[in-house]
Design a protein around this ligand. Structure first.
Ligand SMILES: [Cu+2]
Length: 495
């Protein structure tokens, strides 16, 4: 292993696991910034060359991994021939470093280099362009910040980064989705368009009911066709590969693995299925939860899951990501030396179910460390609306530009109660904060700490957040076509 005599290597800024055991405080300030480049790369998808975007770190691999105590000190180079800007998803940087075009910093021009420097939040996070069309082209990568206890744990860490991919230009894919010609069940979706889609903050919602409470109205809503996937991508990728040629990770017999799953897809929710391997869900969105045993957990766009897996002996174990409501799947293979790896069909025999339509998974999550109790708070109601035709998705009946900001003062406890009045689910992401899920369907809970909460169709859930830096922070849906049509508002924090 590496010892102190190799500090010259560290100064090169390579953020790899190899030196993870070296105390960082001794020379953290001396470490040069990590060089990160937004550029173009070529993948092999089913034997066909695919030109995609990417965020390449100093070791030539996607993303950044930081040690405990290490600052997020990054020089980002825009190696593209178009403007870009990168959002550090799950981090709480100073607002000026948050990475939204013109909010407040302009995007980086081609060739521009910009320096970032802040104390990062630990956990499984990621980074991506905040321009939807670029995120769809895979301008996205892992951003892992390790905890001291993770370094001490006798556990191998494996990252599984998910994406959906089309050979067609992203502009064309987006245009087809937005035209309503994608697919999905328009007739049923239109059946909902007679409803009020939430243009009034005070609208009554008699049909709302809680997770698992399923009254007649709720049953009726769920029996109507919800729209799960509004585009059939050409491939679903785990670590840039399909199951035709999957990422095969060498593991030790009888070992323990921490699998860090990141859903970087533009418009696909997945179930993570570890099959024969017993697992435990130990964190969501990089935040520890009280562990839940199981071998199948799901995540929507923007969300992360940390799964601890126990390897029983030697062998090869696929860990699959199943596209919700469909047969497509992707995944990685964990294999001990010499193990026989059998091929897995990228198409399952049966469709995977819809992801968490009654928030049953979310309802089971409990934060290890939640927000301090500050008594009853009157929630701010936020309506999520929209439909397939015209393909417009709204927050409080508005799209970006005409949006109604949500206001708070720095240090205030705020509760935001999302009402999804549409027939698609919306993974809602708040910038610059970690929030706690405190209510699902009217039932209070000390739920998970997160930065992205999936609100399924015709469902209501509440988050609590302590308003942070006085600034304008984005609150938006992480479904990229939804975001591109303006499903974004601001959480405006006053001093
Ligand atoms: Cu959405």
């Amino acid at each position: 292993m590496i010892n102190f005599s190799r500090r010259g290597f560290l100064a090169a800024g390579a953020a790899t696991l190899a030196y993870a055991h070296i105390p960082q405080f001794a020379f953290a300030q001396a470490v040069a910034p990590i060089q990160l480049t937004a550029g173009r790369r070529t993948l092999d998808i089913g034997g066909r060359a695919a030109s995609v975007l990417g965020l390449i770190g100093p070791d030539g691999r996607p993303g950044v991994m930081l040690d405990p105590g290490q600052r997020f000190a990054v020089d980002l180079t825009n190696g593209l021939d178009v403007e870009t800007i990168i959002h550090w998803h799950g981090q709480i940087p100073p607002n000026v470093q948050d990475g939204v075009p013109a909010a407040p910093m302009a995007a980086l021009k081609p060739g521009e280099v910009r320096s970032y420097d802040f104390a990062p939040s630990a956990g499984t996070h990621w980074m991506h362009s905040h321009i939807p069309i670029q995120e769809m082209q895979m301008l996205a990568a892992p951003l892992i910040v390790r905890r001291a206890e993770e370094i001490a744990a006798d556990r191998q860490e494996v990252v599984m980064f998910l994406h959906d991919f089309s050979f067609r230009p992203a502009e064309e894919v987006l245009a087809e989705i937005v035209s309503g010609a994608g697919h999905g069940d328009m007739g049923e979706a239109n059946a909902m368009s007679g409803m009020d889609h939430g243009s009034h903050g005070s609208m009554p919602m008699p049909q709302m009911s809680g997770a698992g409470q399923g009254g007649n109205d709720m049953a009726r809503m769920h029996s109507m066709q919800m729209d799960l996937n509004d585009f059939d991508f050409d491939a679903y990728l785990a670590n840039d590969r399909t199951l035709d040629d999957p990422d095969t990770v060498p593991v030790e017999a009888n070992g323990r693995v921490l699998l860090r799953v990141i859903n970087g897809a533009a418009a696909t929710s997945f179930w993570i299925d570890s099959g024969d391997l017993p697992g435990r869900l130990v964190a969501v969105d990089g935040q520890p939860i009280e562990p839940i045993p199981g071998n199948r957990f799901g995540l929507s766009m923007g969300q992360r899951l940390d799964l601890e897996l126990e390897l029983p002996d030697s062998g090869a174990w696929p860990v699959l990501a199943l596209r919700e409501g469909a047969r497509e799947r992707t995944g990685v293979i964990l294999a001990t030396p010499g193990a026989q790896v059998r091929r897995i069909d990228p198409l399952a025999e049966a469709e995977a179910p819809a992801f968490d339509i009654r928030m049953e998974q979310e309802s089971r999550l409990r934060a290890v460390t939640g927000l301090a109790d500050r008594g009853a708070i009157r929630p701010i109601d936020v309506m999520l609306g929209g439909q397939m035709q015209p393909y417009v998705w709204t927050i409080d009946g508005k799209t970006w530009g005409e949006h109604l900001p949500i206001s708070a003062s720095s240090g205030d406890r705020v509760e935001i109660r999302f009402h999804n009045m549409s027939m698609m689910g919306h993974p809602m992401h708040l910038h610059g904060h970690h929030f706690q899920v405190v209510e699902i369907g009217g039932r209070r809970m000390g739920g998970a700490m997160r930065d992205t909460l999936y609100i399924p169709p015709m469902t209501m859930a509440t988050i609590a957040v302590d308003a942070g830096e006085a600034a304008r922070w984005m609150l938006h849906c992480h479904h990229m076509p939804h975001l591109s049509t303006g499903m974004m508002t601001e959480f405006v924090v006053a001093a």
